[in-house]
Design a protein around this ligand. Sequence first.
Ligand SMILES: [Zn+2]
Length: 130
Amino acid sequence: MNKKKITKLHSQLESIRSELLGDVEKSNQSVKESEIGQIADISDDAARAYSRQLEGELGEQEWKKLKQVDLAIKKISDGEYGICAQCESVIPEARLEVVPYTEFCTQCLSEMEKNSKVISINDENSFEEN
Ligand SMILES: [Zn+2]
């Protein structure tokens, strides 16, 4: 993938990220203001605490998406972006343009969807035992 394309997808990811964080940032305005002096060198612990706080504010789906977006951005800086996390094959650019934060190629994803159906059936069974 060429640099120009990666840059474009990177900015797409950043805008998805700020969209997801938008509402949370607003409701956490007072917290943010008190932390503003420390933001420049935020420690891992502070980042983790902030993450936990976000986890409570975001819906499960949004939180999942945010983590995928973060991971994709990290992969860009590591030079591993666009590689399927499952089979390590190159994810088609057309797919990345639609879902820039995807971790898996289309094939692996459909495999996982099949498997997750099986898992959810099993979950229901074990739930009945309780
Ligand atoms: Zn794959």
